[in-house]
Design a binder for this molecule. Structure first.
Ligand code: SAM
Ligand code: SF4
Ligand code: SF4
Length: 344
């Protein structure tokens, strides 16, 4: 179904869609899932591959041609290559990417590639297995590294490594991570620690800003040249060192890029969020399961997007004092507020 593309109140198109395929995860990253217990989305609320593919087709018809699969940990969803294959053939979809913690990537990389997955981003916050254990409550650091290697062997190009930089936790590893990325042909994306969802321990003092990351890299490697193309809607600003190494910084906390944000996200239970920071979403599952037709669903999506004025990170950055977005009670009141449900 091809419709005319839609823009919001800040003239931002509906360009990229993040589909969370599960809220479950096999890691417990300290900045995302610090608790012992979680309330999970009910199993029967999780969208089927048919429902996800149908939504992807409707969104693609409105201009959302790029899809990123996320979670929780998306590789925990059984049969993911089957979903990738369906999405890759949806009319209008030009790119199907995956963000994963990498634990299961070594065994799935080839089948995902064969299914038509375009690109992979692997989260890697440390090269130290002991630190990994503290940070994620898992001893499977080697599996992440094996997953990154397997992505290259399976033929994926343009692999990215996401690192959330936290002061006193992993900020001393910026150069080693850059060099690791260079060795394995993957580009680092340093992400500023965000005060989102499960980051209940967030404090401004633990954020290592874009400016500081650049300063540290320049101090070690010399001049850093900005590479970002004007008008780009990519969240990462890209930079290049004199030796040709490139990297990105996602400065959501100190230099938000809401004005160019064309992203929206659907949780595994079919709730559509217009912003990572939005308190509420739109229940698309109810429409799907009530038998609504594609045109009706597309009409609702269009109306809602045309009213969108969200600038969550910008508004957070403008606060005189800033702490975690939610305390634990706020998260327990609605699991969809969690980053592991919303998909990052
Ligand atoms: N489990 C997968 C993974 O970790 O790659 C996909 C979902 S995860 C929620 C998506 C991304 O969100 C990861 O790169 C993760 O590092 C990032 N993320 C989670 N919490 C964050 C926080 N408080 N600040 C910045 N990035 C965060
Ligand atoms: Fe870590 Fe991703 Fe799991 Fe969150 S969803 S705990 S970032 S692996
Ligand atoms: Fe987009 Fe919201 Fe993130 Fe701003 S905070 S970049 S509007 S998702």
């Amino acid at each position: 179904m091809t419709l005319s593309p839609v823009s919001d109140r800040l003239s931002r198109p509906l360009g990229s869609l993040r589909l969370s395929v599960t809220d479950r995860c096999n890691l417990r990253c300290a900045y995302c899932m610090p608790e012992e217990e979680y309330t999970w989305l009910p199993r029967d609320s999780i969208l089927s591959f048919e429902e996800l593919t149908r939504l992807a087709g409707i969104f693609a018809g409105l201009g959302a041609t790029r899809i990123r699969l996320t979670g929780g940990e998306p590789l925990l969803r059984n049969g993911l290559p089957d979903l990738v294959a369906r999405l890759a053939t949806v009319s209008g979809v030009t790119d199907v990417a995956l963000t994963t913690n990498g634990l299961l990537l070594a065994e799935r990389a080839s089948s995902l590639k064969r299914a038509g997955l375009s690109r992979v981003t692997v989260s890697l916050d440390t090269l130290d297995p002991v630190r990994f254990r503290t940070l994620t409550r898992s001893a499977r650091h080697a599996d992440v590294l094996a997953g990154i290697a397997a992505a290259g062997e399976a033929g994926f190009g343009g692999t990215k490594l996401n690192t959330v930089v936290m002061r006193g936790v992993n900020d001393d590893e910026i150069p080693e991570l850059l060099e690791f990325g260079r060795r394995c042909g993957a580009e680092l994306r340093f992400i500023e620690y965000m005060d989102v969802g499960g980051a209940t321990g967030w404090s401004a003092s633990n954020v290592v800003s874009r400016a500081e990351i650049l300063e540290r890299i320049a101090g070690r490697y010399g001049p850093v040249e900005a590479q970002t193309v004007p008008g780009s809607r990519a969240p990462a600003e890209r930079f290049r060192l004199e030796d040709g190494t490139t990297f990105g910084i996602i400065a959501s906390t100190t230099a938000p890029f809401c004005r160019t944000c064309d992203r929206s996200r659907i949780t595994a239970d079919g709730t559509w969020f217009l912003c990572l920071y939005a308190a509420d979403g739109v229940d698309l599952r109810a429409l799907l399961r009530a038998g609504a037709g594609d045109a009706e669903i597309a009409g609702l999506i269009r109306t809602v997007w045309e009213r969108r004025a969200d600038r969550g990170a910008e508004l957070r950055a403008a606060l005189p004092e800033r702490g975690a977005l939610y305390a634990i009670e706020g998260l327990r009141a609605d699991p969809r507020r969690e980053m592991h449900t919303r998909g990052g």
